[in-house]
Structure formats: structure tokens, C-alpha cells
Ligand binder design. Structure first.
Ligand code: NAD
Ligand code: ZN
Length: 677
């Protein structure tokens, strides 16, 4: 423990730092550190103050909410203070909260000795809190939380948000003289992405995340700007209310809904005791990435309003509610460097090399930056402190630099002029965002990628030839194009890293099985730009042989289904290069003769009915159903004699038994997948 002097010094330092961060976050809508770092500073301050209670003062950020309001917007004094929420990250903190609440209510005679507390569970929307005042049903004022006592007047701005009624509905009963509704202003993920695109195209400020975008959009001096921003609102609380209160928090929200206020009913849940809270937390956690908007946790509130009054408040938060936070989806780290990778078509992709950082449940060490324009748009410099975001299973993204912390020796990124792999020139055609290595198949990087493409499942479908093996084969100059695949032997392959006789034999068998690919697969495997799997099949059916495709001029190419000038031009350019033609000739010489492309079937699963049951290893049942429907099959909820197949995963129950009883074939996900090809 720190001695008194050291503690007071550290406290002063922490308070100053936190105040500065509060200002950046609440006033400038542009945080200078991540929430995780901020929470750590706050946690340290709470701990030192707890050890030295005599040092706690009312000005400490631990005792206060938010930040003093922005003067330009005009202040509004809250009739009922707007507070923050206590929070819990771990199960034991949550159980401790439930115990505190239960004990206090039992002591007050509000709960039986073995009774569980009833909580109303809500999402913790990651936006900003707002207080909207209705007098006799009309919206008269709206204010941000500010420092909890005084907020900013954003009445004109709030009136531009379409989902917020200017007048409350009066279908059921007369509206009260005063009703202050509280809730969250936020932005959907898709709207946020679109807004940032627009901002970037105009050279305007990019927002780090939807929360800051929502706050920045609402706290505008000119409401016309707010009106253009896609803001949303959900009500979850209240301030001054001039009518008798119902008994329960949930009844209050039901009443709000009848008044025409937006309430997030679908995600609400009533829980009895801590274990049910944890179930809710888990369930919402699984849905988090698919909600379409950011939440940073869930909130549990004692449902009984009389019990809430018994529990009361501490300095900056109620005792009857708690935020149960999810792991952060954003973190800050240092952009150590920008490397470039070379893709199959020579595309040069800049990749951020990051100081390893734990975010969204994994350690992130690099992230794609897509292309040079993206780096300029985000204004990323090497050496910058950057915000990294990883939401759900989405690949990690470098969102933005923290300009306030750009070091003096930060370096501007310059696209290299030569390919780091083969030394050929890197070129960027004027109207393209992508820079490319001009080395073609001379470039080992492109050769590796194009070979990986050629052996992939939808092309030649050669198993066992993974990235590692291809890397080695290309580096030892053994593979130049797909032609060389067909002369690989078991003896030579067995000598490569992590290859035994057996796996070498499997690879060779798989290669031999690919000697007679369908024409569509062969065309696809050549890796012609803009020629995807479907186009390749269409071309195969239309031209009937590789030679006719090679011979076709632009007009002839465009006569094929769905082939326009871009695809036709790309095919023409491909076969205009001698080394590509050489591949076609060599394949023929090696006796690699494709089968004619089968006539297009209506769809693979036409007329077949599937029933899905149990947990599939990869797909969710919804995903599997979507795939079946897309392939022309039907999905049914119950097994009958008409069912063609039952797809069973683990823990399959009565449907599986029924299928066996009726003699309906039972397949697993792998078999289903093979049917879909
Ligand atoms: N990065 C930074 O520099 C920085 C600075 C300040 C604050 N912060 C972040 O903000 C947090 C503190 O902010 P805070 O005091 O607003 O607390 P908070 O955001 O943790 O919790 C309180 C807020 O939750 C919101 N909320 C969302 N859904 C709700 C619901 N259903 N019911 C009730 N409230 C709901 C309300 O806006 C309310 O004001 C910190 O823990 C940190 O994560 C970051
Ligand atoms: Zn190259």
C-alpha cells in the first residue's frame, strides 16, 4: 500500500489524467485512450481512495459523472440527477452484487429468507444518455447527461430524430403533466459505416466508433447537421414523472410503449436470481455480433420500484442496478510498421504490423489495411497509436490513429516501387485502388497463390497440398505452374517437411484423380481475373473446349452468358500472354484432358426435403437451411415418410429416432455439404 504522501500524489496525478480523458471523450467525442486503459486508471484511483478514504473529495472523478457540459450548447439543470452505473466484469462480482441486493432487501423485509431477487434485464446500448422532457404530452426539452447535474440543451437536435415522438400518444389514458423519459441515443453499425464513408469522401472527420459518431452527431450546434445523421433511440428509464408510479420497472416500460416511445422489447428478460442473470448474459453475448448495433454489456435492474427506493444510491450510481460488461471490442496499440503482401493476381495488400494487443478475446498482431487509399483515408502513419477493433468473428480492423498521441518521429507510408518478393515494378493503374506487382507468374508470391487457387476445392480439388507444402515446392523451384503438379512423385514428396510416405501417397493419388477435371474446373483453376467459378462453368458449356476459348475474339467471348467487356477483356489478355498459353499446351501434352462440362441442372437438391436436428459441427441450423434452400431443396420441421434426408448433428433427439423408425436416411453435415456441390 502506498504511504499517505505517495497516495495523495498519485491520486492528484490520476484525477488530472482522468479529467483530461473525460474531456476528450465527453466533450470532444474523440477519446484519447481505449476504454480498457481508461477503466484501468479509474480502477487504480478507486483502489487508492478506498485505502485512504480521507483523500476522497467530491471533485474526484470517482464521485462524479461524465464531464461538465459544453458551454456553447446552453445548460439544462436536471430535475433528477442523471447517474452512471456500477459495473461488473466477472461472475463473482455479479454474484456479490446480487448478494448485496438480496441482503439489503431481506434486512428491509422486502424479500423472504430464501427468495431470489427479480431483475429486469436490458441491453447496455453503447451510445449516450439523454433526458427528454414532455409536458402535457409535448416534447419541450432534451438534454444530455453532462456532469449528471447539468446537461447540454439539445432540444432542437433531438426533434430531428424521427423515432422520437414530438407528441405522446393518448389512446389509453391521459398523458401526465410532466414525463421525463430517459434512454440511449445510438447509431446502427451499418449506418455508422455509411456515415464514415460519406465523411471520408468529403474529407470530414472520421468517427472512431458508433458511440462517438452518435455523440458527435447529437451534440451539434446546428440541428440541420444532426438531422442528416442516422440516430436512433431506445427508452429505458425516467427522471421527473408527475403521476403515480406503477409497481414495477417492466410496467413502466410497457407504459412507455403505449405512449409511442421506442422500447427495445425483444431483448428484455425477467430473471430470478444471479444464475438466470448469467444465462441472459451468456445468451446476449452470443448474439452480440449480430444485433446490428454496439452494446458494451447488459444492465440488470431490480424490477420492484419500491425495492429500488429501499436500495437507493451511492455517489455516482444506483445500488439497485449494475452493468455487466462484455470484453472490450476496441483497444489501442502501436502501429509498428506496414508490410506489403502479394496476392495471386499480384495485388499488393498493405498489412499493419501491430504491437500485440488483446482485443475481442484474441491477441491481434496484424490487420489488413486493404490498399493505399485506405491508409490515406484513415491518415495512418507508422509509429501512430491506433485504435484496433475486433467485433465478433469479424477480422480485426485498424480503425483510426489517435492524432493527439502521434509521435514526432511518426513516418508517412510510401508504397514500395518494387515487389518485395520478386523485385518487379509495382504499378497502380489510374482508376484502380489496388497496386500490383507486374511480375506475373515470374513472381514466386503470385505463383504460390495461383497454385493454391488451382488446387482449391472448387478448382482441381487436390487434397493435402496445403500452403506450407506449396511454399516449399515453389521455393525449391519444383513447381512453376499446375503442369508440374502432375509429375510429382511419392518419393520426392515424402522428403518434404511434415510429409510421410503415407501423406505423400495421398497427395499423389489426389493429383492423379484430378487428371480429368471438368472443363469448368480447369478453366477456373487457371485463375483468370474476373473469371469465378460460375463464369468458368458457363464458359465451359458455351465453348466446349479450351482451344475454342483460347481462339475466341472479344465479340465471341461476349456472346457467352453473363460475359461483358471486363470479363472478355480479361480473358483475352490472359491468353495473349505466352506463358499462359504454354500452360494450356503443356497440360494437353501431359494428357490432362477435361471432361465436358455437365449440362446445368436445375438445382442439385431439387424436390428433396430435409429435416435438421441437433448441433452441426460448423454450420448453425439456420445456415444449413439457407444453403439447402439456395440449392433448391426444402426444409421441414418434422420428420415424415416424405422426408428425403434427416441431417443430424450432436445431441439429436426425437427427430433422429423418428427417422430411424421410418427408415428415412440420416446424413451428417459433411454429406450434406458434398450434396451441395
Ligand atoms: N476512453 C476514454 O477516454 C473514456 C473516457 C470516459 C469514459 N469512458 C468509458 O465510459 C465509461 C464510463 O461512462 P459512464 O459513466 O457513462 O458509464 P457507463 O457507460 O459504464 O454506464 C452508464 C451509462 O450506460 C448507458 N446505458 C446504456 N443502456 C442502458 C440501460 N439499459 N440502462 C441504463 N443505462 C444504460 C447510459 O448512457 C448510462 O449513462 C467507462 O467505463 C469507459 O468505458 C471512456
Ligand atoms: Zn512480385
Amino acid at each position: 500500500m502506498l504511504d499517505f504522501i505517495a497516495a495523495s500524489e498519485r491520486i492528484a496525478q490520476l484525477r488530472k489524467e482522468i479529467d483530461q480523458h473525460n474531456h476528450s471523450y465527453y466533450i470532444n467525442d474523440s477519446p484519447s485512450i481505449s476504454d480498457v486503459e481508461y477503466d484501468a486508471l479509474m480502477g487504480e484511483l478507486v483502489a487508492i481512495e478506498a485505502a485512504h478514504p480521507q483523500l476522497i473529495s467530491p471533485e474526484s472523478p470517482t464521485q462524479r459523472v461524465g464531464s461538465a457540459p459544453l458551454s456553447a450548447l446552453g445548460g439544462v439543470t436536471h430535475q433528477v440527477p442523471m447517474l452512471s452505473l456500477g459495473n461488473a466484469f466477472e461472475e463473482d462480482e455479479l454474484r456479490a452484487f446480487d448478494k448485496r441486493v438480496g441482503d439489503a432487501l431481506r434486512a428491509a423485509g422486502k424479500l423472504t429468507s430464501d427468495g431470489a431477487v427479480e431483475y429486469f434485464c436490458e441491453l447496455k446500448l453503447d451510445g449516450l444518455a439523454i433526458n427528454i422532457r414532455y409536458e402535457n404530452g409535448l416534447l419541450v426539452q432534451a438534454a444530455t447527461r453532462g456532469d449528471g447535474q447539468t446537461g447540454e440543451d439539445v432540444t432542437a437536435n433531438i426533434k430531428t430524430i424521427k423515432s422520437i415522438p414530438l407528441k405522446l400518444r393518448e389512446d389509453h389514458e391521459p398523458v401526465p403533466a410532466v414525463l421525463e423519459v430517459r434512454g440511449e441515443i445510438f447509431m446502427n453499425a451499418a449506418d455508422f459505416a455509411l456515415l464514415n464513408e460519406t465523411q471520408a469522401s468529403r474529407g470530414d472527420k472520421i468517427f472512431v466508433n458508433p458511440r462517438n459518431a452518435a455523440a458527435g452527431s447529437l451534440r451539434q450546434l446546428d440541428p440541420r447537421i444532426t438531422a442528416q445523421r442516422p440516430l436512433r433511440f431506445f427508452a429505458y428509464g425516467w427522471g421527473e414523472v408527475s403521476r403515480e408510479m406503477p409497481a414495477l420497472h417492466s410496467e413502466m416500460l410497457d407504459w412507455f410503449a403505449t405512449l409511442g416511445l421506442p422500447v427495445n422489447h425483444t431483448e428484455h428478460f425477467l430473471a430470478q436470481g444471479a444464475t438466470q442473470l448469467l444465462t441472459y448474459y451468456q445468451r446476449v453475448g452470443e448474439k452480440r455480433a449480430t444485433l446490428g448495433y454496439d452494446i458494451d454489456g447488459v444492465v440488470y435492474k431490480v424490477n420492484d420500484l419500491a425495492a429500488q427506493r429501499v436500495l437507493g444510491y451511492v455517489a455516482r450510481a444506483p445500488r439497485f442496478a449494475i452493468a455487466h460488461k462484455f470484453p472490450a471490442q476496441e483497444a489501442t496499440t502501436t502501429l509498428l510498421g506496414i508490410d506489403v503482401q502479394v496476392g495471386r493476381t499480384g495485388a499488393i495488400t498493405p498489412v499493419a504490423r501491430l504491437d500485440p494487443v488483446f482485443v475481442g478475446g484474441v491477441t491481434v498482431t496484424n490487420a489488413t489495411l486493404h490498399n493505399e487509399d485506405e491508409i490515406r483515408r484513415k491518415d495512418l502513419w507508422i509509429g501512430d497509436r491506433v485504435v484496433v477493433r475486433r467485433a465478433g468473428d469479424v477480422i480485426p480492423e485498424v480503425v483510426a490513429p489517435i492524432l493527439a498521441r502521434r509521435p514526432v518521429d511518426a513516418r508517412y507510408f510510401v508504397m514500395p516501387v518494387a515487389c518485395p518478393v520478386c523485385g518487379s515494378a509495382i504499378e497502380r493503374v489510374d482508376d484502380e485502388t489496388i497496386a500490383r506487382c507486374t511480375g506475373g507468374l515470374f513472381c514466386a508470391a503470385q505463383r504460390k497463390q495461383s497454385l493454391l487457387h488451382a488446387v482449391s476445392r472448387k478448382a482441381l480439388d487436390i487434397e493435402g497440398l496445403g500452403e506450407k507444402l506449396i511454399d516449399q515446392l515453389v521455393e525449391r523451384d519444383r513447381l512453376h505452374s499446375i503442369v508440374d503438379l502432375f509429375s510429382l512423385t511419392v518419393t520426392e514428396l515424402a522428403e518434404y517437411d511434415r510429409m510421410g510416405e503415407k501423406s505423400a501417397q495421398n497427395v499423389v493419388d489426389s493429383i492423379q484423380a484430378a487428371r480429368r477435371p471438368t472443363l469448368g474446373r480447369l478453366i477456373f483453376s487457371l485463375g483468370i481475373r474476373h473469371v469465378g467459378e460460375t463464369t468458368a462453368r458457363d464458359l465451359a458449356r458455351h465453348f466446349g473446349s479450351i482451344q475454342s476459348l483460347v481462339d475466341a475474339d472479344i465479340d465471341a467471348l461476349q456472346a457467352a452468358p453473363d460475359v461483358g467487356p471486363v470479363v472478355a477483356g480479361s480473358i483475352k489478355r490472359f491468353f495473349a500472354e505466352q506463358h499462359n498459353l504454354d500452360i494450356v499446351i503443356a497440360l494437353n501434352a501431359q494428357g490432362i484432358v477435361p471432361e465436358p462440362e455437365p449440362v446445368a441442372q436445375l438445382s442439385a437438391l431439387n424436390g428433396k426435403t430435409f429435416v435438421l436436428t441437433g448441433t452441426l459441427p460448423v454450420w448453425s441450423r439456420d445456415e444449413a437451411a439457407a444453403e439447402i434452400l439456395a440449392a433448391g431443396g426444402k426444409v421441414s420441421g418434422s420428420v415424415s415418410k416424405k422426408t428425403s434426408f434427416v441431417v443430424a448433428g450432436s445431441d439429436a433427439g426425437s427427430k433422429l429416432a423418428k427417422a430411424t423408425e421410418l427408415g428415412v436416411p440420416v446424413i451428417d453435415e459433411a454429406v450434406l455439404r458434398s450434396m451441395l456441390h
